[in-house]
Design a protein around this ligand. Sequence first.
Ligand SMILES: [Zn+2]
Length: 302
Amino acid sequence: MNKRKLIADIKQNFMLKRLNAQEECDNFINTLKQDKEFKEIYDAYTKTNIEYLKSCYEKEDFELLHKAQDLQAKIATYLAQHNIDKSKLSPQYNCPICNDTGVVGGRICKCFLNELNKKISLNASSQTKFNAFENSNNQILTDNDKKAYEVVKTWCSKYPLVTKRNINIIGGVGSGKTFMLECIANEMINRNYVVIYKTAFEFNELARLYHCGKNYDFADLLTADIVLIDDLGTEPILKNITVEYLYNLINTRQINNLPTFITTNLSFDNILSRYDERIFSRLGNKNLSININLTSADKRIN
Ligand SMILES: [Zn+2]
């Protein structure tokens, strides 16, 4: 994985978080300013404070300082009278140490390092054991499957310039579904995307732990660049968990334009009866999904 890209991604996320916090704060103040009384005190305070700060460049003007302090006290009284939390007048950053800049005293803040380590370990865990397109054996593939490989290879090379972001790889036992999925994972990791690969069984377990508040890795599945779920249909159906979390995953990622791949030996009819209509319609949406049917049944490719 390219660490530089991870760092650039995190920096961008931090910047967005800062901008969001600042915008939220500005909006909040503007709402308060609809009250004339508050607007007057607040604008006077801002103006005086700027004048005071300017004075500090030459000779600190204590008169301005006291005036600003008086106005600040008036703001505090106003907020207390109206039961408003005064911390809301400043942007609410996630990290109070670095205010979401990722830097504190010229050093990288802990929150930034945590984020980076999380991304690196996510990616490292995905990098184990994957097969690559070069390892696929053309001689044992049916013509149908050769074409299927061309479709997914093209998808990988063109991404993100693709319109369909879900790929469903469908085929019986030994048809090489997992092999193809691993090739996609490998290719996209090489292209520096954060890829999460889970069997449907592992996915179910993550969802269960998340549901019980015991593990939060599930949230990463919603935001990773690429998510691949292998062998959908082999996991047990857990009440209030399997269907709900699977729908949440597919739906949230579709809304955010993030690719999700599944392999399964279920037909679409089976998907409808095993899960529900919502999952069926999300996976089966022809405008958003490519369906790959593998036919090299019972010929283990690897
Ligand atoms: Zn921080």
